[in-house]
Design a protein. Structure first.
Length: 363
């Protein structure tokens, strides 16, 4: 089948590098003789007939721009009456031969469903959380950890000047990759992540141990999805900002950093402050690494769909961009594993390090 026209959408949260993907798709598509139709606002564009024709002229100068010229939402057509059928009708009415869906776990899960319903769809992995299986890294992650590391570096100077504890809350719903890598790069004293529940008492003990060693300040890096066990509680839990879930049924996280900072100050008497980096991590100019990775993903995506493929996601493996099954990429999240946790313990967790009776075995 000759591919003449392909749609592209960007869904979910915005991410540094989205415009680079769009630019790459359009540039390579014109070389292949393929028209590109931009679907605005993610999957919502299908429901509202909101599109724009994309050309090399339209995508000039966007390589280093944050956000996305197509806009983005978390719209889930499967939660709208007749939504899937409306998407399929628009796909046909626009004479699309395929669709490139750029997004994270939510967007690509929808792409998988539409592939299973017969639409030709390929995915491009986008998430600053770096939690998509099937690929070694997602674009946007490098920018996020660079921003978080710079913030930690800046907070360290004021923490030292005032002899405070600085709690830095970073993004990370299910996976703590940003907290781990930014925390290690920024010399954090504590790194709390979703993969390993922690207690307020343990965090306070680390802070007090550092003081006893002569350090007058501490940096605590905590992922927004970290499970924290309160004093006297039997289980750890999430801290949420809103009891209403999002369009994909996920809890709206927020507030764990403020909660931990209050508890540290109350339990230790040490002045504590919290900084929530929030959307600063996903906004602004992408790093050079994210720009190049996004370009590579975009070129491979349009070439893959031009070859007639569907139901696959672009992935980075051993410095090559390959296509992997979408269903495999979205079946489970890529979580921080034991080697990374052990590395964190070497530099941040004096309590667990002291409990070890023998060094970890090599794998």
């Amino acid at each position: 089948m000759h591919v003449r026209k392909v749609g592209i959408l960007t869904g979910g949260g915005d991410c540094p590098g989205l415009n680079a993907v769009i630019r790459a798709v359009v540039t390579r598509a014109e070389q292949l003789g393929i028209e590109v139709l931009g679907v605005r606002g993610g999957w919502r564009g299908f429901l509202e007939n909101d599109t724009e024709e994309l050309s090399r002229q339209r995508t000039r100068g966007i390589l280093d721009a944050g956000g996305t010229i197509l806009g983005t939402t978390r719209t889930n057509p499967f939660q709208v009456k007749g939504g899937p059928e409306r998407v399929e009708a628009a796909f046909s009415a626009w004479a699309l031969d395929g669709l490139i869906a750029v997004g994270g776990e939510g967007t690509l899960s929808l792409a998988t469903k539409f592939h299973e319903r017969g639409l030709r769809v390929v995915g491009v992995p986008k998430t600053i959380d770096n939690d998509l299986s099937g690929t070694e890294v997602t674009f946007g992650f490098d920018t996020a950890i660079s921003v978080a590391t710079e913030a930690i570096d800046r907070l360290r100077t004021t923490a030292e000047a005032h002899e405070r504890v600085m709690v830095v809350e970073v993004m990370g719903r299910n996976a703590g990759w940003i907290a781990v890598q930014a925390g290690l790069a920024g010399g954090a004293d504590v790194i709390a992540i979703p993969e390993r529940p922690t207690t307020v008492d343990d965090i306070c003990k680390v802070v007090l141990t550092r003081r006893a060693e002569g350090k007058t300040f501490s940096i605590v890096v905590i992922a927004e999805g970290a499970l924290v066990q309160e004093r006297g509680a039997s289980e750890a839990h999430l801290v949420v900002s809103n009891k209403s879930p999002d369009a994909f049924g996920r809890p709206r996280l927020g507030g764990v950093g403020a909660y931990v900072a209050r508890e540290i100050e109350e339990l230790t008497g040490i002045e504590s402050r919290v900084t929530v980096l929030g959307h600063v991590q996903r906004g602004g100019t992408p790093t050079a690494r994210d720009r190049v990775l996004a370009l590579r993903y975009g070129v491979k995506a349009i070439e893959t769909i031009a070859e007639g493929a569907s139901g696959v996601m672009m992935a980075l493996r051993a410095d090559e961009i390959i296509a992997v099954p979408l269903v495999d990429a979205t079946r489970e999240r890529k979580l921080v594993d034991e080697p990374w946790i052990r590395l964190c313990d070497v530099f941040t967790d004096v309590l667990w390090a002291k409990r070890r009776t023998s060094p970890p075995t090599s794998t």
